[in-house]
Design a protein around this ligand. Sequence first.
Ligand SMILES: *Cc1c(COP(=O)(O)O)cnc(C)c1O
Length: 366
Amino acid sequence: MIPVTKPYFPSREKLDKYIDGIYERQWLTNNGVLVQELTRRLEEYLGVENLLLVSNGTLALQIAYRALGVSGAGPGERPEAITTPFTFIATASSLKWDGIEPVFVDIDPETWCLAPGNIEAAITPNTRAIVPVHVFGNACDVEAIDSIAKKHDLKVIYDGCHAFGVKYKGESLLKHGDAATLSFHATKLFHTAEGGAIIFKRKEDLERAKKMINFGITGPETIEEIGINAKLNEFQAAMGLCVLDEIEQIVRDRQCVTEIYDSCLGDKVQKQRIQTGISYNHAYYPIALKDENQLITVMSSLRDCGVLARRYFYPSLESVTCLDAGYSDCPESRKLAERIVCLPIYSELRTEELINIAEKVLEACE
Ligand SMILES: *Cc1c(COP(=O)(O)O)cnc(C)c1O
């Protein structure tokens, strides 16, 4: 079977060296040396400051909401955040989990990211934040979103879980917003098995979040506020340090996969329009087919030859009833979600396999 993605496994020897160190120091968690080292190296690699490692990408979002004062409702308050329906469930469910109502606003049919032009109509007196997603690593229209946020005094938390290493106008895309979050889940471009990070614009928000991820404990006998446990541990950091050494090769491998697919598929399938001025990370290879029927034909024809393509992201989240987001019609997202599929992308895929996958897609499209 060819899966849609495969976690990257770094050299066992290298990982063992880090694990030897963990055994020598007898230090497993609570801001250990490897967590500190990974924090520094990620800040350097990404070109950012104020990075906080946390235990996963979902908690990264939740801690960011808390640290920025988006969640935490007083009596009678019903905080809302404007977000995109075309994303992984965690973007919206983390809001709901934290007592913030997700308000879905439709996407741009070309870039597949939240359309800034739709945001202002959805702002109410309860709106506290905008939570856009750099979906598949494409950059949101950060200038437009940031200026709407400024005008209405809203916080911006970018779900940057797909945007590891993406540069925009020569700088990290993750510098935009009051915070941007990352997921280091096993299937993501860069991973620590499970893990995540928050990049804060301001140092004081980073400091508040640091306390929050360790139960609000600030000293041996002091608890300043209610926190949670969202720490990354030394084994996870060891994995991250090994994967980070290989990240440039991982991106290059995926770029090769992309180029082969591109040359076989040409303009016979619709692709995401990547914003100008970004360096793309090739984390995913999504294609949009003509309609859902064609998508089902493509997926079953791939499955017949042992290839598992996946529907990212389906269904469009405004239709997920447990989110209870009220009525918010998002036709562009709904239509896109019906016809989009991600093709396999990871380092070990061979050229013949990729050509074969692309041929199957084209056959099924006829
Ligand atoms: C993976 C992902 C998350 C959740 O990250 P976890 O580390 O799995 O908790 C959130 N948002 C998006 C867009 C994701 O792709």
